[in-house]
Design a protein. Structure first.
Length: 255
């Protein structure tokens, strides 16, 4: 092989190596942040095929998909001085790839740390009852604060959900006793309301009987009819006082 052929082969090899190192592909959900001689290239590359200058350009891949960050359990003291252990989950994504690379060293770790400190601070401003019953309101507050703090990094926090709230065993027993007492109170109130309504109906019935005495006789006959349909062998039924007094007067006259 001549010197010209060797040189041509070397050139072709270098060209192939150049193309292999220069041609890059970014997926649909990826963007490539390019630094040319240390300076940030204005626009991210991708998706699709693009070229880089070997040695001169350096690339950092950024994933634009939503990231799920589990916030570890945090020890918090609620506004009413109840200790609790709370964990949560945050969903965020990158909306400005350049800022996510240039403005912060590790956006995922930084977002997680911000979420942890915000979780402790916000829950410390609410009582235990609010933490248990107003979960959606607290989630919205957390999302707003974390999103505002991570916005300069090109991060958009879409959802923050408080998942589990653990309280001491003694507090759980106290809450169970409180709930039981509340159920008993409501049962007594409902029972008293029923008694009151029944007494009102009895009063109305007494007024009707006072106005229309024949209604008492009709009720008496209805009672006898109900007793007659009973399967009991012995039936004791009341007799009206006027009938009994009439019978006693006749019996006294005959004697």
């Amino acid at each position: 092989m001549t010197a010209v052929g060797i040189a041509l082969a070397v050139v072709l090899l270098l060209l192939v190596l150049f193309l292999v190192s220069a041609i890059k592909v970014a997926r649909e959900y990826e963007r490539a942040i390019v630094f040319r001689l240390g300076r940030l290239f204005p626009q991210p590359k991708g998706p699709g095929l693009f070229l880089l200058i070997p040695i001169i350009d350096r690339m950092v891949r950024i994933d634009l998909r939503t990231i799920t960050s589990v916030i570890p359990p945090q020890e918090v003291i609620t506004k009413d001085n109840v200790p609790a252990k709370v964990n949560a989950v945050a969903y965020f994504r990158i909306v400005d790839p350049n800022a996510a690379v240039v403005q912060i060293e590790n956006y995922a770790v930084a977002t997680s740390q911000i979420a942890q400190t915000t979780l402790r601070a916000v829950l410390g401003q609410h009582s235990l009852d609010e933490l248990l019953s107003e979960r959606e309101k607290i989630n919205a507050i957390l999302q707003g604060i974390i999103d505002e703090q991570t916005a300069p990094w090109g991060i958009k926090v879409s959802i923050v959900e408080v998942r589990d709230v653990e309280i001491p065993q003694g507090m759980q027993m106290a809450m169970a006793r409180q709930a039981e007492a509340e159920r008993e109170r409501r049962a007594k109130v409902i029972n008293a309301e029923g008694e009151f309504q029944a007494s009102e109906r009895l009063k109305d019935a007494a007024l009707v009987i006072e106005t229309h005495p024949i209604a008492l006789q009709l009720r008496y006959l209805q009672t006898l009819l109900e007793l007659g349909s009973s399967q009991a062998t012995t039936i004791v039924f009341p007799a009206p006082l006027d009938v009994v007094s009439l019978f006693l007067r006749r019996h006294g006259t005959e004697s």
